[in-house]
Design a protein around this ligand. Structure first.
Ligand SMILES: NC(=O)c1ccc[n+]([C@@H]2O[C@H](COP(=O)([O-])OP(=O)(O)OC[C@H]3O[C@@H](n4cnc5c(N)ncnc54)[C@H](O)[C@@H]3O)[C@@H](O)[C@H]2O)c1
Length: 475
């Protein structure tokens, strides 16, 4: 079993010895905040890390292959919902040049960084982990690696990645981890959209040697309240996958229950609310149109793939949960068909307002979004769809034809646009719809007004459930 112990026992002893060669001085630079923190991959994970490091007084080097993101961040524009422009303190800061905040598409600038955090995507390609972006980011770092740097992989990945892929890439330079440079894994645990500060979520860290662990723990101890060490990167990599598999499996459980509950005469929402009153041994999860984003929809498959490689079979829970969650968009469209049928309508030709296209409430992320999948299926079935999403100004939907319906929302998309645009949520639009379909429960939307104005509402996320209005049907 992995040993876990807390930052309460800092390891000055390990970090101050004379045997540390290239790493001598790094701990001091971190403590004094004179260290420069480089972040590779300036997305949902990378930008909050930049913000946290800057707030602590570190200099910054941000690197991303996307020139638009680099340009925007340099000017202080946030492309991440939940990170306000006010938090991008380097733009307009008089101290900018003193403290060095630099953004570039050229990874060679990382030679000046003391600490380099890697937060590039780890997608699936045909169901198989695709670590090509991790590899290319690490190859870029290897090209500038010098003694005295701390490199930390933050991207979510399967156990063994840090030791079996990242370490050899960096040590091919001739420099040695734990001696010349430090190497650690620290999974990111942010939950975009929930408003929680990075500082308040404990950070798991594990180096490839105890020295690497202590340097990483020292650095993250500056950014967060609690640092949790595991004895090797494998346990830290696994911990992240356990967390997201736990969510995927529990969401699939309530989704499967939601699918069968009507057939046994049960209101699943009421039953889940009642279950959630148990003060111990239960954690509430709620049904929805499926799972999406870059984590829950992907990470458990990294784990199952790794197990399959080693044992010849995947993880049954993960495979079943994936199948249940992937079936949800189709189930939702079937339920919409039933609901319309009840009022004498077919899906084809019905006028639908879709509310929320992101994979969850309060974010601007449509990656793997089941809501988009539902919208696409409704359009393919011939429904006349418009959507409103305060976080998604426009979206590509194939086969969409514009109709008179959209004209009741003034100033919206015109005929022939390749992308569908978010329409204003007016009383007229809601009243003209055959059904309003809620797929993400974004904050800031007046759901009372929606229920009031729309003739029929199909709510897949339960945001209208406390109203128990006669024109609302829950998933
Ligand atoms: N989004 C989340 O909520 C979340 C939470 C925890 C962990 N993670 C994990 O963090 C990692 C990053 O996820 P994300 O959501 O921040 O991704 P993202 O797509 O929002 O950001 C990644 C950025 O990396 C850039 N990039 C890709 N390859 C690059 C390269 N070789 N060099 C420089 N830049 C490169 C992309 O242009 C992009 O801006 C993934 O492994 C993900 O699973 C994500």
């Amino acid at each position: 079993m992995a040993a876990i112990w807390n930052l309460a026992c800092p390891a000055e002893v390990e970090l101050s010895g004379s045997g540390l060669s290239g790493l001598d001085g790094l701990a001091e630079r971190i403590r004094e905040r004179s260290a420069i923190v480089g972040v590779v991959g300036l997305g949902y994970v990378g930008v909050p890390l930049l913000v946290a490091a800057w707030a602590e007084g570190f200099g910054l080097i941000g690197v991303d292959s996307d020139p638009e993101k680099v340009k925007g961040l340099r000017r202080g524009h946030s492309h991440i919902s939940g990170v306000t422009e006010a938090e991008l303190g380097w733009a307009g800061d008089d101290l900018m040049w003193e403290r060095r905040a630099q953004f570039s598409t050229d990874p060679r600038v990382l030679i000046a960084a003391d600490v380099i955090l890697v937060a590039v995507p780890t997608p699936l390609r045909d169901g198989t982990p695709d670590l090509s972006l991790v590899r290319s980011a690490l190859e870029d770092i290897a090209a500038v690696l010098r003694p005295g740097q701390l490199i930390v992989l933050e991207s979510t990945t399967y156990p063994g990645t840090t030791e079996e892929i990242v370490r050899p890439l960096l040590e091919a330079t001739g420099l040695v981890a734990g001696h010349d440079f430090a190497l650690a894994y620290s999974p990111e645990r942010i939950n975009p959209g929930d408003g929680r500060r990075l500082r308040d979520t404990p950070k798991i860290v594990a180096g490839v040697t105890p020295v690497d662990t202590e340097l990483a723990a020292l650095f993250y101890g500056a950014l967060v309240e609690d640092v949790v060490r595991t004895s090797s990167p494998r346990e830290a990599e696994m911990a992240k996958l356990i967390e997201n598999t736990f969510r995927q499996v529990n969401i699939a459980l309530v989704n499967e229950l939601a699918m069968i509950a009507p057939s046994i005469g049960v209101d699943i929402w009421e039953a889940l609310e009642a279950a959630a009153t148990k003060p111990f041994g239960y954690m509430p999860f709620w049904p929805g149109p499926g799972v999406g984003g870059h984590c829950i929809a992907i990470d458990p498959s990294y784990l199952s793939w790794k197990v399959e490689q080693s044992l010849g079979f995947g993880i049954g829970f993960v495979e079943h949960a994936r199948a249940v969650n992937n079936r949800m968009p189709e189930h939702v469209v079937g339920r919409i068909g039933d609901v319309l049928n009840e009022v004498g309508q077919a899906v084809r030709g019905s006028r639908l307002v879709v509310l929320g296209l992101t994979y969850k409430a309060g974010v601007n992320d449509v990656r793997e979004s089941p809501a988009l999948n539902v919208l696409q299926r409704l359009v393919a079935a011939g429904a006349d769809c418009v959507y409103h999403d305060p976080f998604v100004p426009s979206v590509a939907v194939s086969g969409r034809r514009q109709s008179d319906f959209v004209k009741v929302a003034p100033g919206t998309a015109s005929e022939g646009l390749p992308r569908l645009q978010s329409v204003p949520l007016t009383t007229e639009l809601l009243a003209a719809a055959d059904c309003v379909v809620i797929l993400a429960g974004h904050p800031g939307i007046d759901y009372d007004a929606v229920v009031e104005a729309a003739p029929l509402v199909f709510d897949t996320v339960g945001v209208t459930r406390i109203r128990r209005a006669g024109n609302v049907v829950l998933l």
